[in-house]
Design a protein around this ligand. Structure first.
Ligand code: URA
Length: 199
């Protein structure tokens, strides 16, 4: 099976997954991710939000605009890298509730096999998990058990590739679009880019 076929197989399995009983009834779409499947960098976000759930694409809403700004600062063209999420479905607070919800540890674990399979096929040199959910999913740690500031920007050898954890773009919005935080995340991504070049 080539890369494309293997990814399509994962997509088929994502589409028939019904593990998260509190999420599935409320979604419009599942979100696989998008970008260059040969990219040496893969960004891992948390989960689709409202706009992503409607568009079936990652990072198209407010967090996506901030991510675009961060990538511009890191001099990375978005279409040249791969962007996926720890969860493929949007957690909400319930029926008719427009608010996003942070996924719980059980939901993160339910989706871990899809994330692992995606990364096994994509084989990036460096993964950039953005936010605690993505870091927890990659390192199999409940996000309530660690602080992101203890890992931010520090290269870690994961089981599948090197990782450079950083903050989530939504946290930037939460901090009033703090330009220093945007700069910090851009530096972490630049570091990841430089690591893909080092042999
Ligand atoms: N936040 C994420 O983590 N992922 C998205 O795709 C959108 C918002």
């Amino acid at each position: 099976m080539d890369k494309k076929e293997s990814l399509l197989k994962i997509w088929a399995d994502i589409c028939t997954c019904d593990k998260c009983k509190k999420i599935i009834p409320h979604i419009n779409n599942r979100v696989f991710g998008e970008g260059n499947v040969s990219s040496p960098i893969v960004i891992v976000g948390e989960a689709p939000g409202d706009e992503e759930d409607q568009a079936a694409k990652p990072f198209v809403g407010t967090a996506g605009k901030i991510l675009n700004e961060i990538l511009d600062r890191a001099r990375i063209k978005r279409h040249r890298i791969m962007i996926i999420n720890a969860l493929k479905c949007r957690p909400t607070k319930g029926l008719d509730n427009k608010d996003n919800r942070t996924p719980n540890w059980g939901e993160i674990q339910n989706c871990q096999p899809f994330l692992r399979r995606q990364l096994e096929i994509l084989q990036p040199k460096v993964i950039v998990p953005m936010g605690k959910v993505a870091v927890g999913a990659l390192f199999n740690k409940n996000p309530s058990s660690f602080a992101l500031k203890d890992f931010e920007g520090m290269a870690q050898k994961g089981t599948m590739a090197w990782c450079v954890p950083t903050y989530h773009p939504a946290y930037v919005a939460h901090r009033g679009n703090d330009p220093k935080l945007i700069e910090k995340i851009a530096k972490h991504i630049t570091k990841a880019k430089e690591m893909t070049r080092a042999e």
